[in-house]
Write a protein that binds this ligand. Sequence first.
Ligand SMILES: *Cc1c(COP(=O)(O)O)cnc(C)c1O
Length: 374
Amino acid sequence: MKIETIAIHAGNKTDADTQAVIQPIIMSTTFKREVDGSYANGYIYSRSANPNRQLLENVVAKLEGGVDAAAFSSGNAAGMAVFQALEPGTHIIGPDDMYHGLRNQIKTLFAGVLEFDFIDVNDEATLLAHIKPNTKLIWVETPSNPLLKLTDIRKVVAIAHERGIKVACDNTFASPVFQQPLALGADLVMHSTTKYFGGHSDLMGGILITPKQDDLWQKIRQVQEMGGAVPSPMDCYYLVRSLKTLPYRMRGHAANAQQLAEYLEQHPKVERVMYPGLPSHPQHDIAKAQMTGGYSGMLSFCVKGDAQTAKQVLSKLKFFTIATSLGGVESLIEHRASVEGPDTKTPFNLLRVSVGLEHIDDLIADMEQALGAI
Ligand SMILES: *Cc1c(COP(=O)(O)O)cnc(C)c1O
């Protein structure tokens, strides 16, 4: 099956009782037990398993080419399940520009539990220098946030696997439509489903996908069921619904982002544009080698000037809402340095754009008038 067909069929089951074509939302927290103690359909209690969550996990596992998936109530909860599944004292390596919410989670909640280093994971010498005997996990995020830096997944996997280390990939920015880390050798994929999977800025969630039922995966399942940070049946339903259009939405986001990036790159008031689909991107070759069909819908650009100039651009835009987050059908823009706080390394003149599905002519015209006004 091709990805469009998986997206539509792997998350749906026609209802046996009513013949409803779309799977109903099963809100019940508990399921009827037989007198002999058995459960006719295997469902016991909704924290452990629920029909809507099961189909969500099924479709996402297949979209990423994995064998199983575990859904959580947010991307951070999904990330946390991985870190909680590791033995205390384990050393993990993450990217220095890791999604700040997860980097802060590790630094705050896992201090004294795990050892960690945040480094330039794509730099081979740096990576080799930081691997220790107790290193068990390398976390990659590509393209990264907000600098759109790339990590060569195959290269990191080769270094890690030679040393018995697993590689997890945050695939939120790329989506399985453009990048499938498991096929490149990764051992785990993570998504904030709040972003492109949900796609409409109206639900929170996270999910992990595995290529095999190994010990780490059993531990992650325990964290999911015992920890209980699971999504509601309603959220699972909406996610399954949104995923049906994921391939088409992603192609729309990517086509708009490519054109907007090309427009911004030639604008005299723009210092530089960071988008993996531009030949000027310093790692465009890595993007071409591991992404297929497009480069997703996220870009950043630096205006000529300072934070004040960048914020002036924001104030003039009509179709780009000033807000954090990404992946919705509406375009969003933000001054990233002020979101990330005092220890940010993000340039102060940088604006991060989640390019939506509005018509590209309207988006470019809006940018044109906003940049023209500064
Ligand atoms: C948003 C995001 C997360 C965290 O997900 P939440 O759903 O906000 O908890 C993790 N990684 C990336 C790349 C993200 O954009």
